[in-house]
Design a protein around this ligand. Sequence first.
Ligand SMILES: [Zn+2]
Length: 141
Amino acid sequence: MRLEGEEEFPIPELVTEDVRCTGPLRYALDLGISEGALWATGSLAQPVELRCVRCLERFPFTIEAKAFSLHLDLTGPEVIDLTPYLREDILLNLPPHPHCDREGGRVCPAETRPEASAPTPGADGKRPPDWSALDKLKLKR
Ligand SMILES: [Zn+2]
């Protein structure tokens, strides 16, 4: 049996300050029953919006679980809800520290900001931290 489609189900664990679901979960699953067990294999894709840990900008991303597989023993006539299993796999494939250049396929604005890569001394009226540490050492002597 082939199951394909889209499902709009909430993943409360997924939605945080940094993650937002932007569309329904797409799935393509092959299901079957053999020897009293249900198996399913297939792929999942959940479009989301993530926040880059470097530039803090939001960018679109699709969480993909390309090798979803499931094997459940059937104990009797029952209705099986696959939702928790699908959710779990999506959560497992969520990047923990998203970068918009790596996951979003764009140039991270934080990468090109001069102050981020090479701090200019005196530009913002502050000394670089290394120097103030040295000054403290001198005072102690
Ligand atoms: Zn970024």
